[in-house]
Write a protein that binds this ligand. Structure first.
Ligand code: NAD
Ligand code: IPM
Ligand code: MN
Length: 377
C-alpha cells in the first residue's frame, strides 16, 4: 500500500479544530482508495511561543522538506504581537520552500447561496493565482520614533538574495515607518506562466491581472510590463490588466465573470478573502502554497480567535485543502471523493441541520467533519 509522510501544523485558534476534520477526511479517503498517511505533527504557534519563546526552529525545515506535503491550519493569536507568528512561521515556510504560487480556488456550491444574486445556473468558478514570495511581503522596512530611518536589510528567496540599505530622513523629524515592496522579472515570469498554464488547462481565453499602476507606478507599472512580456508565450490567451479597486467592484457585482485572476502578493491576499465571502464564507476557501519543493496546503482563513473553541468553525476549507493536497501527491481519486463528499454535504438541505453554522446551519465543526468522512466511506 502506498504511504505518504505529511507534515501537520495545526497552529492556533480554530486551526487545530479544522485540521482535525481534514485529517479525518484524508484517513477516510485513504481507507477507500488504498493509501496510508503518516502524520508528522508540529506544535508551533502561540502556545508554544508563549511557553518557550521559540517561533519556529530551522531544524524543523529540514525534516519537513522530506515530507510529501504539508497541511497547516492557521497561525496567529491575540496573545502575540501581530506578525511574529505569521511571519515567523507561515511566511518563513512559504519563502524557505519557495512556494511561489498561492493557489486559491473559489467555487459556488449547490445549497450555498452567493450573497450577490446570480442568474439561474450561473456559478462562481474562479481561481486566484497569487504570487507568494515578493511584493510588500519582502519584510524590508522599519519604524522609528525619531531621527529618520537607516537600516541595512537582506532578504533571501529561492530566486535570489537581496541586500541593501535604506536611509531616509523626514524634515521636520517625526515618528515614521517605511516598508518597501519588490518585484522581479523572474518572480513575475514564473507566476505568470503558472496562471496561463492554468487558464489553458481550464479552457479559458483570458487571464485577469490585478494591478494598480496608476497609483504605484514603479512597482505595478513594472508588474504590468513584465506580465505582458511573459504572457507573449501564450498568444491564444488574452491578458486583461485591471486596477484592483475596479476588480473588487466588478467582483462584488458579477463574480461569475472571472476565471483565473493573477495577483501580486498583497492584492491576492485581499481578493481571495473577497472571493471566499462571495462563494458563501471563508470556511469554504481552500488554498495551496505551491512550489517545486514541499507544497503546503492551508485555508484562506486565519485562526478566527472570535469563534475558537465554540464549535462554530466551518472545517470545509481545511477539508478542501486536504483534497488539493491529495491531488498534489498523486491521489486524485481520493481528492475527487473528498470534493464530492463536501458537495453532497452542502447540497443536503434538511433545514440546514447538517450545514456548518457559518452557512446558516447548526452543525458543529466536528459533526461537519464526521458527515464528510461518512460520505467518503
Ligand atoms: P480570520 O480569517 O481568522 O477571521 C475573519 C472572520 O471570518 C472572523 O469573523 C472569523 O470568525 C471568520 N472565519 C474565519 N474562518 C472561519 C471558519 N472556518 N468558519 C467560520 N468562520 C470563520 O481573519 P482575522 O480575524 O483577520 O485573523 C485572525 C488571526 O489569524 C490573526 O492572528 C491573523 O494574523 C491570522 N491569520 C492567519 C492565517 C494563516 O495562518 N493562514 C490567515 C489569515 C489570518
Ligand atoms: C493568508 C494570511 C497571511 C497572508 C498572513 C497571516 C501573513 O492572511 O494566508 O491569507 O497575508 O498571506
Ligand atoms: Mn489572508
Amino acid at each position: 500500500m502506498k504511504s505518504y509522510d505529511i507534515a501537520l501544523l495545526p497552529g492556533d485558534g480554530i486551526g487545530p479544530e479544522v485540521t482535525a476534520e481534514a485529517v479525518k477526511a484524508v484517513e477516510a479517503a485513504g481507507a477507500r482508495h488504498g493509501f496510508k498517511v503518516r502524520w508528522i505533527e508540529y506544535p508551533f504557534g502561540a502556545a508554544h511561543y508563549n511557553r518557550t519563546g521559540e517561533t519556529f526552529p530551522d531544524s524543523a525545515l529540514g525534516e519537513m522538506g522530506l515530507c510529501d506535503a504539508m497541511l497547516l491550519g492557521a497561525v496567529g493569536d491575540p496573545s502575540v504581537k501581530p506578525g511574529i507568528l505569521e511571519r515567523g512561521i507561515l511566511l518563513k515556510l512559504r519563502f524557505h520552500f519557495d512556494q511561489y504560487v498561492n493557489l486559491r480556488p473559489a467555487r459556488s456550491y449547490a445549497g450555498v447561496p452567493c450573497p450577490v444574486p446570480l442568474p439561474d445556473g450561473v456559478r462562481i468558478d474562479s481561481v486566484v493565482v497569487r504570487e507568494n514570495t515578493e511584493d510588500f511581503y519582502m519584510g524590508i522596512g522599519a519604524a522609528a520614533q525619531k531621527d529618520g530611518l537607516d537600516l541595512p536589510f537582506e532578504a533571501e528567496r529561492g530566486l535570489y538574495k537581496l541586500t541593501g540599505r535604506l536611509s531616509v530622513n523626514f524634515t521636520p523629524d517625526c515618528a515614521a515607518a517605511l516598508q518597501i515592496g519588490a518585484l522581479t522579472r523572474p518572480g513575475i515570469e514564473r507566476v505568470t506562466r503558472y496562471a496561463f498554464e492554468l487558464a489553458k488547462k481550464r479552457g479559458e481565453k483570458e487571464v485577469v491581472l490585478a494591478s494598480k499602476a496608476n497609483a504605484v507606478p514603479f512597482l505595478y507599472g513594472f508588474l504590468d510590463e513584465e506580465t505582458r512580456r511573459a504572457a507573449k508565450e501564450y498568444p491564444d490567451i488574452a491578458l486583461k490588466i485591471q486596477n484592483v479597486d475596479a476588480l473588487c467592484y466588478h467582483l462584488a457585482r458579477n463574480p461569475a465573470a472571472y476565471g483565473v485572476i493573477l495577483c501580486p502578493n498583497l492584492f491576492g491576499d485581499i481578493v481571495s478573502d473577497l472571493l471566499s465571502g462571495l462563494t458563501g464564507g471563508l470556511g469554504l476557501g481552500a488554498g495551496g502554497n505551491i512550489g517545486d519543493r514541499l507544497s503546503m496546503f492551508e485555508p484562506v482563513h486565519g485562526s478566527a480567535p472570535d469563534i475558537a473553541g465554540t464549535g462554530k468553525a466551518n472545517p470545509l476549507a481545511a477539508i478542501l485543502c486536504a483534497a488539493m493536497m491529495l491531488d498534489r501527491i498523486g491521489e486524485s481519486a481520493g481528492a475527487r471523493s473528498i470534493e464530492a463528499a463536501v458537495a453532497s454535504c452542502l447540497e443536503e438541505d434538511g433545514a440546514g441541520g447538517e450545514k456548518p453554522v457559518e452557512l446558516g446551519g447548526r452543525a458543529s465543526c466536528r459533526s461537519v467533519g464526521d458527515s464528510v468522512a461518512r460520505r467518503i466511506e
